[in-house]
Design a protein around this ligand. Structure first.
Ligand SMILES: [Zn+2]
Ligand SMILES: [Zn+2]
Length: 338
């Protein structure tokens, strides 16, 4: 019987056998090969992000389609795929889509479940079931291990879908960690001048390798960014620190009429924002979440050798508990199923 790692209580993973999954109409079963651990998984594991338990976490994965439900083209069987995480009316082929889906915002689907996060078991398991509308074929040349970066890379790209930019503008990335480093990489590819800010010397060095022109400690950042921008501040500040406090520093670093782009989903609320500064400087605050998979897969196909070193350890499924306990101190931990 196939194994799945259930989060049964904050801090507790139980490896359980369960019946083989059978797809309903418009669904497929995927034999998972690899699944990455991300900040959201850590927030679920710590209990900062509360959802009904037990839950099989894991939403950054790649594997092979083994079974197809009714209404699914059988040619999907045997294909190497990854999947978007939002199970929307569109992805599920719902006969009467909700208002958000009808407005062309399926990521905000009012009926959605989210694989490995909200009301849908995820990929820290030998098998996962998803709607066929979420699937993307992984190009043959992409290493299946690296393919687990598709979802976070898409989320990094979404930063610049939601926030308009011009080539050569200065973007500051606060917290070049698991997701932040992908934002540094994507921003540099787009021709932006990237400045990374991190307490960690290792992360600052890595940000420079991944396309940042400068990297500073938080206490140095304000003066250095002033110098780099003729005293004006950064055009865009991306907050990816993973804590609700990152926004305070972001507001100090952004220029008037600039944008603070928020990526942290730590499940905690923050208070004490200087709203006056925000109003006086006419600052735009922009959240962004899930992004486009096809451009992410294209970037992986072209740059996988540069991105592969971001995966710092690979552990078997039966070490999911360890993976979630240690991932906080690592870049990217990936679980390998078979
Ligand atoms: Zn994620
Ligand atoms: Zn919908």
């Amino acid at each position: 019987m196939p194994l799945a790692a259930f989060l049964t209580a904050p801090g507790t993973i139980e490896l359980r056998q369960r019946d083989p999954l059978t797809p309903k109409a418009h669904e497929v079963v995927i034999a998972v090969e690899h699944a990455g651990v991300c900040g959201t998984d850590l927030a679920l594991f710590s209990g900062n992000y509360t959802v009904p338990l037990p839950l099989v976490c894991g939403h950054e994965f790649a594997g092979t389609v083994t079974l197809t439900g009714e209404g699914v083209n059988k040619t999907w069987r045997g294909k190497r795929v990854t999947a978007e995480i939002n199970n929307t009316c569109i992805a599920c082929n719902h006969p009467s889509p909700c208002a958000a889906c009808r407005k062309g915002m399926p990521h905000h689907c009012q009926r959605r479940t989210v694989t490995g996060i909200i009301s849908h078991h995820g990929a820290f398991a030998e098998e996962v079931i998803v709607p066929v509308g979420t699937l993307h074929e992984v190009p043959e040349m992409v290493d299946p291990l690296v393919a687990t970066l598709t979802e976070p890379l898409a989320a990094a790209l979404q930063t610049f879908v939601m926030t308009p930019y011009e080539k050569g503008e200065t973007v500051v990335v606060l917290g070049p960690g698991r997701l932040g480093i992908l934002i540094v990489f994507v921003a540099a590819l787009k021709g932006l001048n990237v400045i990374a800010v991190s307490r960690s010397e290792t992360k600052r060095q890595r940000a420079l390798q991944f396309g940042a022109s400068e990297a500073w400690k938080p206490e140095e950042a304000e003066i250095r960014i002033q110098e780099a921008t003729e005293g004006l501040g950064a055009d865009i500040v991306v907050e990816a620190t993973g804590t609700p406090d990152g926004i305070y520093q972001a507001l100090k670093l952004v220029r008037p009429r600039g944008t603070v782009s928020l990526k942290t989903t730590c499940g905690q609320t923050g208070g004490g924002v200087d709203w006056t500064r925000l109003v006086v400087n006419e600052v735009c605050i922009q959240g962004s979440r899930c992004g486009p998979f096809e451009p992410a897969l294209n970037i992986l196909a072209e740059h996988q050798d540069r991105l592969r070193p971001l995966i710092t350890s690979v552990l078997p499924l039966n070490e999911t508990q360890t993976a979630l306990e240690t991932a906080t101190h690592e870049d990217k931990v990936v679980l390998r199923m078979q």
